[in-house]
Design a protein around this ligand. Structure first.
Ligand SMILES: NC(=O)c1ccc[n+]([C@@H]2O[C@H](COP(=O)([O-])OP(=O)(O)OC[C@H]3O[C@@H](n4cnc5c(N)ncnc54)[C@H](O)[C@@H]3O)[C@@H](O)[C@H]2O)c1
Length: 319
């Protein structure tokens, strides 16, 4: 099995590489290392092919896709801070780049998994969120929504190519996926909290901390993605992939302090101080994962304790 992973030098992509190598696959990575890092795949450089390039390069994507049995499209610009600071480049990667990936897979009729996101649902208050639920997003001038919009366009292109050209594509909507190798640099909450806790620095919570999320270990997410890729019946369909156990950001911070045995205190910053005026966040984001758990033999297995401990171990090793 020859697998092409776009964004394979990133957080989720690099764990997909590890899992696929364990399964005996031949792996090729294409990454421009904008947010990913060669360090994420340094331990396997001799076992995989690494192409340093951009998914918007049509000729390159076509030549790589032609050689692949499966494409896992993980490359994207993400993270609230990155989207706000590099909005145009992010839109270009997430729309134009995805279009190139989708068209190449269509041309060679290659099995494709695209990584979408819980951001698709925006601020829809109907929780838990199911695949058919509405998108409720704010004004386009609130630039965080450009990520949700771009991913929605990508999903729509994928669905249309499946309908019109029989593209064998499955869409996976990932909810807050966390684990080793994720960077806190672009606004991801768990690595940011754990990094502060390990230094006994204040843990900064945006807003009141009453907002809640559900976290999924990257090992569970990777297992789910690879199972979906093997499931014929999943072609043309869309699945939420997330963990279980809703937790407020205050509770998360307290858990991080306890599990890392830290002396950190919690501190609070208004959203308007952390992000541009008018920034909007969602109060809750809870996945309904009943569709994926009945479609494939998959359940999230790792607890929040596992996630925090694994992130802490990774950050300790790195420092
Ligand atoms: N981590 C999460 O919680 C989460 C949640 C929802 C969706 N997702 C989706 O999962 C996928 C993987 O995310 P991640 O968390 O691993 O992020 P990541 O930033 O670690 O990985 C993205 C990778 O894509 C690469 N990349 C960016 N633009 C590129 C371009 N133009 N050409 C080639 N490579 C490019 C980056 O260098 C990086 O290695 C993304 O599509 C993301 O939208 C992630």
């Amino acid at each position: 099995m020859k697998v092409l992973i776009t964004g394979g030098g990133g957080f989720i992509g690099s764990h997909l590489c590890d899992a696929l190598l364990r399964d005996g696959a031949q792996v090729t990575v294409i990454d421009n290392f904008s947010t990913g890092s060669p360090k994420n795949i340094a331990h396997i450089t001799n076992e995989i092919e690494i192409i340093s390039g951009d998914i918007r390069d049509v000729a390159l994507m076509e030549s790589l896709t032609q050689k692949a049995d499966l494409v896992l499209h993980m490359a994207a610009a993400l993270g609230v801070s990155r989207i706000l600071e590099n909005t145009l480049e992010s839109i270009s990667t997430n729309i134009t780049g995805s279009e190139v990936v989708l068209n190449a897979a269509t041309k060679f009729n290659t099995r494709l998994i695209i990584a979408s996101t819980s951001e698709i649902y925006g601020k829809n208050p109907a929780q838990p969120l199911s695949e058919g639920d509405d998108r409720v997003v704010g004004s386009p001038q609130k630039l965080r929504w450009s990520y949700s919009d771009a991913k929605a366009i990508e999903e729509a292109m994928a669905f249309a190519l499946h309908q019109d050209n029989q593209l064998p594509v499955t869409t996976v909507r990932l909810f807050n996926t966390v684990g080793p190798r994720q960077t806190g640099q672009y606004g991801m909450v768990v690595p940011r909290f754990v990094a502060s806790a390990l230094k006994n620095d204040a843990i900064t919570i945006y807003g009141t901390g009453d907002q809640s999320r559900v976290f999924c270990h990257v090992y569970d997410a990777v297992r789910g993605i690879l199972l979906l890729a093997k499931t014929e019946a999943a072609i043309g369909d869309v699945y939420n992939l997330g963990g279980r156990g809703e937790i407020t950001i205050n509770e998360l911070a307290n858990n991080v302090v306890r599990i890392t045995d830290s002396k950190s205190k919690l501190s609070y910053t208004a959203y308007d101080d952390a992000y541009p005026i008018g920034f909007e966040d969602m109060q809750r984001r809870v996945p309904n994962i009943s569709k994926i758990t009945s479609a494939i033999d998959w359940q999230p297995e790792h607890s929040l304790e596992d996630i925090i401990s694994d992130v802490a171990d990774y950050l300790r090793e790195k420092s």
